[in-house]
Design a protein around this ligand. Structure first.
Ligand SMILES: CC(=O)N[C@H]1[C@@H](OP(=O)(O)OP(=O)(O)OC[C@H]2O[C@@H](n3ccc(=O)[nH]c3=O)[C@H](O)[C@@H]2O)O[C@H](CO)[C@H](O)[C@@H]1O
Ligand SMILES: [Mn+2]
Length: 343
């Protein structure tokens, strides 16, 4: 009898402790540090996404071929991740699968200092080409919220400005994106978005960019080093930096202008890169290409599950090569000395 009483008491105490600690985590998570200026709660809380590739009945589309649709470029990595090129996918098949999932895609864009001048073209061209027909939530990290242009957003698209301090070093601005994206995901997006992309703002969309780019974790091939021998990749080569990659290692050189994937996978990526950037900072070393160097190190040991071809990251000054059937997203020409806060 006495034993039963103690047992009951113990169960009651444990349950109480459980409730208290749950409430504590909940309040801690919901108290965001970011100064959100504009928000539209329509996105709401997410259910866990079903990853099955469900396909609607009765839809007609071309029979898949049995030979490679592109003979001029590699369309698979050695670990069998697709490399996305025009001609390798059937958009009607992709959309039939992904539209019915009703996915929400977050896009983070940093707009600090004079880079605000690139935003109008970026947003207007994004609205024409980026994830049209899908739910998109742009997050603009900016020190100039009043200079954000008014751009009419398509159905299901919304925009939130997050007041963010700038820096007097461009290197600091680009590399701190990792920790800001990490925080935004932890505090908000983990429950709201299925996928997230981080995109450079000094860019323009010229062609379709849709659900063919969705995957667990994606990287983009930097257009400047496509086909370059690996010892000549501009990886960090000093062993003192965590981003160090020896000359005989590395698959591709990935661009820092595009990161993407499932929200939890991108959280892992940004957290790891942020921690490694912190270690370098404590050791007073900054990698050759800031967070891009750390990103390349990350992808060496955590392979991307989908790789985007340079169609998804071109440079306006580069003449189009014959394997480029379409340019979808491209860096505009900029006067570095004029737009950046430091040389
Ligand atoms: C094509 C490509 O892969 N570009 C990468 C490359 O140089 P980039 O020359 O493309 O770097 P960048 O000057 O465009 O800076 C990257 C981004 O940071 C933001 N920004 C930067 C400076 C500033 O004053 N205000 C501001 O808002 C803005 O969103 C910009 O698009 O290397 C950088 C790291 O060193 C980043 O990894 C870039 O993504
Ligand atoms: Mn850029």
């Amino acid at each position: 009898m006495r034993h039963n009483f103690y047992l009951l008491f113990a169960i009651f105490a444990i349950a109480l402790l459980g409730i208290v600690s749950f409430r504590f985590t909940f309040t801690w998570l919901s108290s965001g540090e970011n100064d959100v200026l504009e928000s539209n709660p329509s996105v709401g809380k997410k259910q866990k996404m079903n990853t099955d590739l469900r396909f609607p009945e009765g839809l007609k589309y071309n029979q898949p071929g049995v030979t490679n649709s592109r003979s001029d470029v590699a369309t698979l990595t050695p670990w069998l991740a697709p490399i996305v090129w025009e001609g390798t996918f059937d958009l009607s098949v992709i959309d039939a699968i992904y539209l019915q999932k009703n996915v929400t895609i977050a896009a983070t864009v940093f707009v600090l200092g004079k880079y605000v001048r690139f935003l109008k073209d970026f947003l207007e061209s994004a609205e024409q080409n980026f994830m049209v027909g899908y739910r998109v939530h742009y997050f603009l990290f900016t020190d100039r919220p009043d200079e954000v242009p008014i751009v009419t957003l398509g159905a299901g698209h919304q925009l939130t400005k997050i007041k963010t301090a700038s820096s007097n070093r461009w290197q600091e601005i680009t590399l701190r994106r990792m920790e800001m994206i990490e925080k935004l995901i932890e505090q908000q997006l983990i429950n709201e978005a299925d996928y997230i992309f981080s995109l450079d703002v000094d860019t323009k969309f010229y062609g379709h960019w849709g659900a063919e780019t969705l995957a667990d974790i994606i990287a983009v091939l930097h257009p400047g080093y496509f086909g370059t021998p690996r010892p000549q990749f501009p990886y960090e080569r000093r062993p003192e930096s965590v981003a160090f990659i020896p000359p005989e290692e590395g698959d591709y050189y990935y661009g820092g202008a595009v990161i993407g994937g499932r929200t939890d996978n991108v959280l892992k990526l940004t957290k790891t890169c942020r921690i490694q950037l912190d270690i370098d900072r404590a050791n007073k070393i900054e990698a050759a290409w800031q967070e891009e160097s750390h990103l390349n190190k990350y992808f060496l040991y955590n392979k991307p599950t989908k790789v985007l071809s340079p169609e998804y990251l071109w440079q306006d000054f580069k003449p189009k090569t014959s394997n480029m059937k379409v340019i979808r997203f491209s860096q505009v020409i900029k006067n570095y000395a004029e737009v950046r806060p430091n040389p």
